[in-house]
Design a protein around this ligand. Structure first.
Ligand code: ADP
Ligand code: ZN
Ligand code: ZN
Length: 820
């Protein structure tokens, strides 16, 4: 990266010869370098480090981030097309953070910038299509040959020959253009590309805009506009366009016309959240007080400290967060709270809105791009001093950040499972360190890494060992399903104990949650004649039977097929449906409890933006007696009337070929159990298992985190798994098995002889050896030194670039959460 000027050093009003004439731009491409572009005269005064620009890149246009400005550049360079930001989007801190993430996670810097700022909403995209070299060849051959007309795909190729066109344009002259385009793309003759174009807020839909009076005018204008302007003048303040439109037809169009003449102002509506009544005046209990005292002292002192608040389920961690945020605001600083993906419900958001009013921004993935961009701008302006959001909110451009909180810090959803594969929790800790801010991690089941950091003194441990108001922890009972089978000779989903327990709670008018951590009806279909299982066409994975739509579905790639009537490999008709999913649990519940009102929450029932919240709210409002679901139901929900939690099959997940399998099982069981008995009535939990002696299940039954930690940390130490090593999963994938194998071998030979300080496991087939039509091989790298690990990851990436591997062929996952 060249040095040179930074934007704020550029002096104003000096002779033009001293202005920067070039800039180095970081682009969202998998290359580890910046690209230098020339600045047109009109931009030289305005471009600053950290601003985004649109630049040409090959035949494409890309949005990049300016990293430095320079006066001279020897080689020829193309011009910057457009400047998107008059003031920088990324300040020096965010740029440094991005650079750290790029190097720690072995990811291209441009990709990091792309996920850091959700500003895509400000840049409208126009997708157009162009011929690839293969497409150009095809057109040429057709022109030479007879060129039979009437074939629509030829027509499309010819239309694209002269210039790139959008689908809409193509559709006007060619029937079924969309479908043909897809097949031409699949054949490699046509490629899609997105042209960034600045989006005009006036083009947003009416329900996202509000209008306000700006100026009077004596000019002549159409009657509707004149009436609307008069109305706006008489009714000061902002009015939603869609509401105006309801009152007077054509109002939205008139408002836009007025705005273009600068007579009215149109703005995007700030997203709002449903308001719930604030819980007033709770008095913090002794444990909460002790924790708060430590946090507040650290906030007042300034400086970097990381706390781990280890509090049992229902111990009132949220109240601690709220008060810590208060203290931060009082110290004149701002605060950021991260919550797991599924836990950011309106109920949670409103607790914060009630407390902090319009100083709070909610960064929710359900918001669209435009809304998110608007939030980002509010935060950057310093108007917002508290932000709550999921993983990517860790990048929110808070001003004067004093506190970063990560709730349920162990949660897997903090890890991004695509490039850059960062962990939001770890980025929060790093950001705290860079800014000398406080970091507060909270969980009832801290990750082994975090608890270990607390043991070794890197984090300060705060314990909340009791539930609020000394409510008892739930009583947990294990049911051995092997004995159950021997005694009943029936392979039923529910044990007799579970049926009885649910019955009693229903009679008492209480609510029940049942966890079945697998969706679908049965888990797979097998042939009784030859033993084959029905597999996905694209993945080395069995298909799951979903009864509602009578299909077999792949949970990895969404491939679906009809239920076969005969075995695909031996043609026998004896197919058997094996195993249980949440759909079957719901079904059997209806048989056991015909009068009960049952809701199901899993990825099949939760598809729309708000479906998940609606089901939960209806359950909270007691419209249902029983809620069945996957791990979605286990996360953080506080529903006081739930007194019983049943875990139908605790063993799913234990068999995963992953060193975190036991930890994840333990966490899920404790978190699910924690939903019971949060109100006045004590709760109970029943765990059905085939492995009652496995330590993860036994200790979840005993609700003993301490013992689990000791056992698990021994195993990690012995095997040199994290936290005793830095680890990375290096995965290569290709459509042909041979290529994939060769790439894995190439990585292996890079690491042969095995370098000092590194341990290499593999290469071997990945636990899912084929996924979405690609064969996968992986190597696990471990090292006691993070630096050693990073160095070798960099070498591997370099090799992939030099050997011109396809951009998606190599996946490097640092601190992997899942090894699939
Ligand atoms: P956790 O996140 O630790 O599982 P919550 O923060 O959800 O627990 O708190 C559980 C319940 O206790 C919530 O309804 C919360 O409003 C309530 N609560 C928290 N602190 C107090 C307190 N000091 N006194 C009374 N109720 C409290
Ligand atoms: Zn068969
Ligand atoms: Zn599949």
């Amino acid at each position: 990266m060249g040095g040179g000027w930074t934007g704020d050093q550029a002096p104003q009003g000096v002779s033009p010869s001293l202005l920067p004439e070039f800039c180095d731009v970081c682009l969202p491409v998998p290359l580890d370098r910046v690209f230098t572009y020339a600045l047109p005269l009109t931009l030289r005064h305005r471009v600053q480090r950290g601003a985004r620009v649109i630049v040409p890149f090959g035949p494409r246009k890309l949005t990049g981030v300016v990293l430095s400005l320079r006066e001279r550049y020897e080689e020829r360079s193309r011009d910057v097309i457009r400047l998107l930001d008059e003031s920088p989007v990324f300040d020096d801190h965010l740029i440094a953070l991005a650079q750290w993430i790029a190097s720690y996670y072995a990811a291209p810097l441009g990709e990091v910038f792309r996920v850091m700022a959700p500003l895509a909403g400000e840049v409208g995209k126009r997708r157009s299509y162009r011929l690839t070299p293969a497409g150009v060849d095809a057109v040429r051959q057709l022109t030479l040959g007879t060129g039979e007309s009437g074939d629509t795909s030829i027509e499309i190729l010819r239309l694209l020959e002269s210039r790139n066109l959008s689908e809409t344009t193509l559709a006007k002259s060619v029937p079924k253009a969309a479908q043909i385009l897809r097949s031409l793309i699949a054949k490699g003759m046509v490629a899609a590309e997105d042209d960034p174009a600045q989006r005009d807020p006036l083009r947003s839909p009416a329900n996202r805009l509000e209008v306000e009076f700006q100026a009077r005018s004596e000019e002549k204008m159409p009657k509707r506009q004149r009436e609307l302007l008069a109305f706006l003048e008489l009714h000061p303040g902002s009015h939603r366009l869609d509401e105006l439109e309801e009152k007077m037809a054509g109002a939205a169009a008139s408002a836009r016309a007025l705005a273009r003449q600068n007579l009215a102002q149109i703005r995007l509506i700030q997203p709002t959240i449903r308001q719930y009544a604030a819980k007033g005046g709770v008095v913090a209990n002794a444990h909460q007080e002790t924790a708060l005292a430590a946090i507040c002292t650290a906030i007042a002192a300034g400086g970097f400290t990381t706390f781990l608040a280890h509090g049992v389920t229902g111990s009132g961690k949220t109240e601690v967060y709220l008060r810590a945020i208060d203290a931060t605001l009082n110290a004149g600083k701002s605060a950021l709270l991260l919550v797991p993906e599924i836990a950011l419900t309106p109920a949670v958001a409103s607790q914060f809105a009630a407390r902090f009013g319009d100083r709070v921004a909610i960064l929710h993935s359900a918001f669209n791009d435009t809304e998110r961009a608007a939030q980002w701008r509010r935060i950057q302006s310093g108007e917002v001093r508290v932000a709550i959001g999921t993983r990517s909110a860790v990048f929110a451009p808070m001003q004067n950040l004093g506190l970063l909180i990560v709730d349920e810090e162990h949660d897997g959803s903090y890890k991004q499972e695509e490039t850059p594969r960062y962990n939001g929790r770890d980025v929060a800790v790093l950001r705290g360190q860079m800014l000398s801010a406080c970091v507060l991690l909270g969980s009832a089941t801290p990750s082994l890494e975090s608890r270990h950091n607390a043991e070794t003194g890197r984090y300060r441990l705060l314990e909340l060992p009791e539930r609020i108001e000394k409510r008892p922890m739930p009583m947990v009972e294990l049911v051995d399903m092997r004995t159950e089978f021997l005694e009943t000779r029936k392979n039923s989903v529910f044990s007799r104990r579970l049926v009885e327990a649910v019955q009693n709670r229903l009679i008492a008018g209480e609510q029940v949650m049942l966890l079945m951590n697998r969706r679908g009806f049965s888990s797979f279909v097998t042939c009784r004649a030859c033993g084959e299982r029905v597999m996905c066409a694209n993945c080395a994975v069995t298909l799951t039977f979903h009864r509602r739509d009578r299909r077999l579905l792949c949970h990895y790639c969404n491939y679906a097929e009809k239920v076969p009537s005969r075995c695909p490999s031996c043609d026998s008709e004896y197919l058997q449906f094996v195993g249980t999913g949440s759909e079957r649990v719901e079904d059997e519940l209806h048989q056991h409890f015909p009068a009960a009102r049952i809701a199901r929450m899993d990825r099949d029932t939760v598809s729309g933006k708000h479906a998940h919240e609606e089901i939960l709210q209806a359950f909270r409002d007691r419209e249902y007696d029983i809620l069945v679901g996957t791990q979605m139901i286990a996360k953080g929900h506080d529903i006081p009337n739930v007194t019983f939690v049943g875990i139908v099959n605790a063993d799913i997940g234990l068999g995963m070929p992953d060193f975190r399998a036991a930890e994840r099982t333990f966490q899920l069981l404790i978190q699910a159990s924690g939903r019971a008995g949060r109100g006045e009535t004590p709760g109970s939990v029943l765990i059905q298992t085939l492995n009652p002696d496995h330590y993860a299940i036994r200790l979840a039954g005993a609700q003993d985190y301490g013992l689990f930690y000791e056992k698990e940390i021994q195993f990690r130490r012995l095997m040199r798994y994290p936290p005793f090593s830095a680890m990375a999963n290096v995965l290569v994938r290709h459509e042909t098995k041979e290529e994939a194998r060769l790439m894995a071998a190439a990585v292996e030979s890079l690491l042969n002889p095995v370098p000092e300080g590194l341990r290499v496991m593999g290469p071997g087939e990945a636990p899912v050896p084929r996924l979405k039509r690609e064969y996968r091989f992986q190597l696990l790298l471990k090292s006691a030194s993070r630096r050693t690990l990073s160095e070798h990851l960099l070498r591997i990436r370099k090799h992939a670039l030099e050997a011109k591997w396809p951009a998606t062929a190599l996946i490097i996952d640092v601190d992997p959460m899942s090894l699939l």
